[in-house]
Design a protein. Structure first.
Length: 199
């Protein structure tokens, strides 16, 4: 990978972590640039502004989630099993990239992309949420459901899958690492149970 592409990729990774930890307003371009070892001007050369960097992070997150969903859909399995595969992949990815669940939760609760004033602009992750909702509506339980019912289920499942990994550090501080270690074993099983109960 050329150095330019490596630097851009590293900037996106660091920005994703900082945005997950501190949110849009708590993340500074100078801090992201410093973590990568480039100047703020170099970062602006790649992305142009904080809002554009944020949009690039959201685009990357959406692409990653969509890839996980499409990989789960390639099996030709029933929709219920596709969702089970997707949430298993999301849980595994949360272990690999612990910042991802926090970022996903932050993005889901924001009104729209930071810095955007255009109400007609698509909501962040809309390109991921719509196919996820379509898979939910393809399940036996939700075949006759409304878009709003399927969206509510998608948000419940995403919240259930992301809340524990996002809260892990705080839980360890409050209740101790032994409890969190136990939760690490329990959480995937409970996500499976949540899927079974909802679908």
């Amino acid at each position: 990978m050329p150095a330019v592409a490596q630097t851009r990729t590293r900037l996106l990774q660091v920005a994703s972590i900082r945005l997950a930890e501190r949110g849009y307003h708590g993340t500074s371009l100078a801090a992201v640039a410093e973590d990568v070892g480039v100047s703020k001007q170099a970062l602006l050369h790649y992305f142009g502004s904080k809002a554009l960097l944020y949009c690039a992070v959201l685009d990357q997150l959406g692409q990653d989630l969509l890839q996980m969903l499409f990989s789960a859909m390639q099996d030709g399995q029933p929709a219920e099993q596709q969702l089970d595969s997707f949430f298993a992949a999301l849980t595994a990815r949360a272990v690999q990239d612990p910042w991802l669940p926090s970022l996903l939760l932050r993005v889901l609760i924001e009104e729209r992309a930071a810095g955007s004033g255009d109400a007609a602009e698509p909501l962040p992750l809309q390109d991921f949420l719509e196919p996820l909702i379509a898979v939910i509506q393809a399940t036996e339980r939700f075949k006759a459901s409304s878009f709003a019912q399927a969206l509510a289920t998608a948000l419940q499942l995403l919240g259930g899958a992301c809340l524990f990994p996002a809260a892990q550090a705080g839980l360890a501080h409050r209740f101790g690492p032994e409890v969190v270690d136990q939760l690490c074993d329990i959480s995937p099983v409970q996500i499976q149970a949540l899927l079974a109960a909802r679908l």
